[in-house]
Design a protein around this ligand. Sequence first.
Ligand code: AMP
Ligand code: GLY
Length: 420
Amino acid sequence: MINVLVVGAGGREHALSWKLSSSDKIDQVYTAPGNGGTSQNIELSVNDIEGLAKFAHEKNCFTVVGPEDPLAAGIVDAFIEKGLPVFGPTQNAAQLESSKIWAKEFMKRNSIPTADFQIFDDAQSAKDFVKSYEKPVVIKADGLAAGKGVIVCHNKDEANDAIDTILTKKSFGDAGSKIIIEERIDGIEASYIALCDGKIGIPMATSQDHKRIFDNDEGPNTGGMGAYSPTPIIDEKLASEIQEKIINKTINAMHQEGIDFKGFLYAGIMIKDGIPYVLEYNVRMGDPECQPILMRLDSDLYDYLRASSEGKLNELPEISWKNDYSVCVVLASDGYPKSYPTGDVISGFNDIPSNSFVFHAGTKKQDDKIISNGGRVLGVTALGSTLQNAIDNAYDACKKIQWSNKYQRNDIGKKGLSSL
Ligand code: AMP
Ligand code: GLY
């Protein structure tokens, strides 16, 4: 028997730990550093690569890396060098997420559909470009900025402010030493995630995130306020187009450039006039998409992650999903994504019905209580035979959970209903 070490502290990592725990091939699942919902927590930061490697070696672990930061820092390369089994992309492969410029240039040279773009490191040239450009723009910091380095602009003043924020005021530090100015594409967004082994990518169930803080997609961007799966926005025809023109093309082009992409490849897709464009790549599972996707997974996740790391996905049977829909509503601390209180005691966990599960994100255990400890606190996730049914089940379960500064969106899944 082998043990598993899940690296990370969010809702995605609780979902990974939860699903991996159901494998009969695994003895213990450890999570580092974990949160109030994960059970065998190890007090190691996600960036303590040496400490994590030492623990994985001592406990005979297969390590599953959740978030992008340690992937960009080369955790997978370090584990491989030490002969430790690990799931996720190498540092080179992680450039698809860690440098938006690298990703855009990769897409351009490989004819992968994405918005037109220009790169700048100087504010005046960037502003001159905006002045002469006739279409609306989106301005992006090159590096990792915890999902906050993208500013969708509605006029030229907003674009100039965004340029100043990133290039002049350096609000994102070194992550903003270069920017991308790209054409704004107004369409419908969805998440397409594939599990890759360097040679092939098998599709996960489709999903749709809700990135803005308020209902009807208003207010600032967040890490994601809720997600559901599958999304009717990606029908079978569109799914096979995305698989072929984006996922397979990405894996093959990476391979030709000398990089085997192993791990979850997440394409953030904008669909306009039926055509899918890549807005961004992530090199990991989405959060919160992971929660509803894994709730629907019937296959043994461990088998698939292991095969991904060993380049053997073609040896496994077709992955199997429940027919049910799944909806995850994020319960956040009021004030998120700006400042918010923490330290509130959360109640109601024992009243959650059996069709639902509460994934923890920003929580911690204190004595025998669960207290809030972050912006996105919980992901209340429910199954249902229809999308409406899963939405109702998720919101019923949300009512059971209480704390003084709880905030939620009330329209998670609605966009899916309108396209059914
Ligand atoms: P990203 O981190 O690159 O996915 O960007 C964050 C969010 O900004 C996306 O989820 C979209 O809602 C929006 N966005 C990014 N790029 C574009 C674009 N070219 N056109 C319209 N919206 C965009
Ligand atoms: N839910 C969006 C992300 O994980 O980047």
